[in-house]
Design a protein around this ligand. Structure first.
Ligand code: ASP
Ligand code: MG
Length: 439
């Protein structure tokens, strides 16, 4: 059974929901369908929570009422029959009364998670009702019954696998199985989520748990592009990526896919296909275990990077220096992205500035510390194994007119990264497109 996930814009209006339903029922085969909240809804739910944190129930109520009105209009457009209009309106009434109930109680992060869960609960109920109205054999599974995280807030894969398979065998014979992306329970049974954008993760976890033939992630762009289409002209979709290449791209900025979601699919060996709801016949991007030898696939950029250089003559011919440096970052739960070293110094980059001051203060015990903010990592992804001659010089040549602070190569076979100023990002990305893809 394939798993299909539709993001917020793909279910962003009544018409889009109808389009999705046509898509998922086209071939009559059974499917597991994972849905996001309608676009904008999760942000609105965050806004409602912000009012409640600030003890402004009136502010929260205003937004809740506006959101309710929006949804009532969707109902009018989505359903043809009075029966399903009424059914969905009374479901929405309950939902929004539930949201209003939070304006009367003490508000903490537990309540916020409950509020954030409603976007996906609403969208999946609406689509389920629509499919039923159309006569499609449909069942809605609550993700809260089988998506669970462990004590480290990581998905509890064995639990998910057992429970989702149990649910499926207990409910055979349906054409469409629908469930919510993003939401889950934590190790204590409380409502929680897989962080913003987490619906992709849900889909990949379910696809891996079901040993699906394929996980399809449907968005509003025709696959992963070879460069950032918001910044650079003439980008093109990449037809195929290795799991590792896709993971690097997702982490280093290609917004189309949640960075951690590739892992479960990779471990289970289930290919992931990125497709476009606005153009369903476009081939999109397939992510699988194949390497296209000697091919550079794509470039991505990650903004708001801080570089930290530690120079010390004590590093000369000494051992243990790097460990001491890295331990400082570890003690502040700050992860390092890029590293480059010389005999008398090491430079690293981080993207989380929360503990920057403390980190610098601690590093100063070991050497001279220089910090640069507003930097940008540009990462080139492809088959960049060192045996493939010429890619280092080709990529460096592309940036010949741009100041590069750090280069990192050899950490994996799939990536070479350059650290430049954010103000040079557009120029650098364009230069890569011109040299690597458009020449
Ligand atoms: N609705 C959630 C969000 O906006 C999850 C998702 O769409 O992936 O972050
Ligand atoms: Mg998303």
């Amino acid at each position: 059974m394939i798993v299909m996930k539709f993001g917020g814009t793909s279910v962003g209006s009544a018409q889009r929901m109808k389009d999705v339903c046509r898509l998922i029922t086209a071939d009559g085969k059974a499917k597991m369908v994972v849905l996001s909240a309608m676009s904008g809804t999760t942000n609105t739910l965050v806004e409602i929570s912000d009012y409640l944190y600030k003890k402004n129930p009136e502010g929260a109520n205003n937004i809740i009422n506006q959101l309710e009105q929006k949804y009532r209009n969707h109902v009018d457009e989505l359903y043809a029959t009075e029966e399903y209009k009424q059914k969905t309106l009374s479901f929405l009434k309950e939902e929004f009364d539930y949201l209003r109930s939070f304006t009367k109680i003490l508000f903490t992060s537990f309540e916020e998670k409950m509020i954030l869960a409603q976007g996906e609960i609403i969208s999946t109920n609406m689509v389920t009702n629509y499919l039923k109205e159309c006569g499609v054999k449909t069942i809605l599974f609550s993700a809260l019954d089988f998506m669970r995280t462990d004590k480290n807030a990581e998905p509890d894969f064995n639990y998910i696998k057992e429970k989702v398979n149990e649910q499926l065998s207990a409910n055979p014979g349906y054409e469409i199985y629908i469930t919510q992306g993003f939401i889950c329970r934590n190790a204590y049974g409380e409502i929680d989520n897989l962080l913003r954008g987490g619906s992709d993760y849900t889909a990949c976890l379910i696809g891996a748990a079901l040993k699906s033939e394929e996980i399809q992630i449907w968005t509003d762009i025709d696959g992963m592009h070879n460069n950032d289409p918001r910044v650079v002209e003439h980008t093109e979709p990449v037809r195929q990526l290795h799991f590792e290449e896709a993971a690097e791209l997702a982490y280093f900025g290609a917004k189309i896919l949640h960075p951690t979601c590739i892992q479960p699919a990779k471990f289970a060996g289930v290919p992931v296909r990125l497709l476009n709801t606005m153009d369903p016949s476009a081939p999109g991007t397939i992510i699988n275990n194949e390497i296209q030898h000697g091919k550079i696939k794509a470039v991505a950029a990650k903004d708001n990077i801080v570089s930290i250089q530690i120079q010390s003559s004590r590093m000369l011919l000494a051992y243990g220096f790097l460990r001491k440096v890295f331990e400082i970052f570890e003690s502040y739960k700050t992860s390092i992205d890029m590293v480059s070293t010389s005999e008398v110094g090491v430079s690293v980059t981080i993207d989380n500035k929360s503990y920057l001051k403390d980190i610098i203060a601690d590093l100063m015990k070991y050497g001279t510390v220089t910090v640069n903010e507003n930097m940008c990592i540009i990462c080139v992804v492809g088959d960049l194994a060192w045996e493939n001659v010429g890619f280092e010089s080709l990529t460096a040549q592309a940036l010949k007119d741009i100041p590069v602070q750090m280069i990192s190569y050899g950490g994996s076979n799939h990536n070479i990264s350059f650290l430049v100023k954010m103000e040079d990002k557009k120029r650098a990305l364009q230069a890569f497109s011109d040299t690597l893809f458009n020449s």
